[in-house]
Write a protein that binds this ligand. Sequence first.
Ligand code: ADP
Ligand code: MG
Length: 434
Amino acid sequence: MHAPLVTLRGLGKAYGSGARRFTAVSGVNLEIAEGEFVALLGPSGCGKSTLLRMITGLIAPTEGEVLYRGGRLEGVNPHATIVFQTFALFPWLTVQENVEVVLKARGVPPRVRARRALDLLDRVGLAGFDNAYPRELSGGMRQKVGFARAMAVEPELLCLDEPFSALDVLSAETLRGELLELWTSGKIPTRAILMVSHNIDEAVFMADRIVIMDKDPGHIVRVMPVDLPHPRQRKSPEYLAFVDRVYALLAGQTLTEDEELGTAPGQPGHTRRLPDLTINEIAGLVERMADQPAHGGDIYRLAEELHVSSDYLLKAIEAAELLGFVTIRAGDMELTPLGETFAEASILARKEIFGSRLRRLPLVVWLLDLLRASGNRQIKFEVAETALSLEFPRAEAARQVETMINWGRYAEILSYDDNSEVILLEPEGGVHLE
Ligand code: ADP
Ligand code: MG
């Protein structure tokens, strides 16, 4: 039996001392085997970066221990490297020199250094840019230099702390693909990858296992093996179902969901109506809550602070709750990990999160079924309205259809032609972050 590459035993970290002492992470147990790609997901502040710093030995734990190949880690781990969100390059060195600099520090002779640097630049897709200076490169290309530099030292353990989140969508996707290709083809000597991510799709696309954390203090909530073969098909039902499970888990409402969401029109049970709010209004509330130190609070005080009526606020909260972004307990509300992820996400990621939640709402499921059943994937507004009037008063039915159109448009699941008053089902059915 091999020892795992990394073992975390009751690992924890408290920052500060005395009255200022703050426990950031506590009681974390985890093993990372050779050959594994593990993704860490969780809300901001749950200790993901802290965990990476302890695993690479940049900071010492205050609780428990890190074992590397079965031995207790003391000090910096020479076999591990971290790539941060934004990689610091030396502006006065060329791309090649920026990669070579870490090899020089390890005493690798010049000829070997140059060969290895050029080879790595080639592999990350930067062939021909060896003599360029960082300022001449796009953000995506600079991050590639960062990857090349991290891999130049041939780390056994490659730690990535939100490596793609500072990049534009296209560069991020390209770099993800290149990293996966290097990893799955065994072209790099790296034995394991541990990647912190803010992006659920990214984690499901790349990792063998997803570790979900929550905070206060940071701990592991769940470990989910991703048993989908590479290359993963983002549109396959298995893939989408898996993404959905991760969302449901982050929304923390896997058990009571059916009850909370209501039933579809025509089905026994109560059809829950959608609060008629725009996405901006819902996002505004979620952002406001994420900004607060306690991430939530008393509903009535919040209404005062936001200068809105509590009726309006309750409607916004209801919408956010329906979407799995907040939970309410005895007049206090709390952002869910999904709500926090939404608050911090890029526009595109927000659309994806929103779309994924939308597809779980019984009313939306009902409308999508109606659209699919109609040969050409489109229906007149009036048809949907009439069908819904069996459930709601006419004016309310119209409002419900309008809300679904607005929300569906935002998530790019639906489109609407104002002239012909026709609702269309988008062929791709939403944003999948590609
Ligand atoms: P994440 O990467 O998941 O966002 P971090 O590991 O950065 O979380 O932080 C976890 C918690 O520890 C946060 O509440 C953060 O404010 C706190 N923290 C992080 N680094 C320090 C530090 N050097 N001193 C004090 N508190 C810190
Ligand atoms: Mg972090």
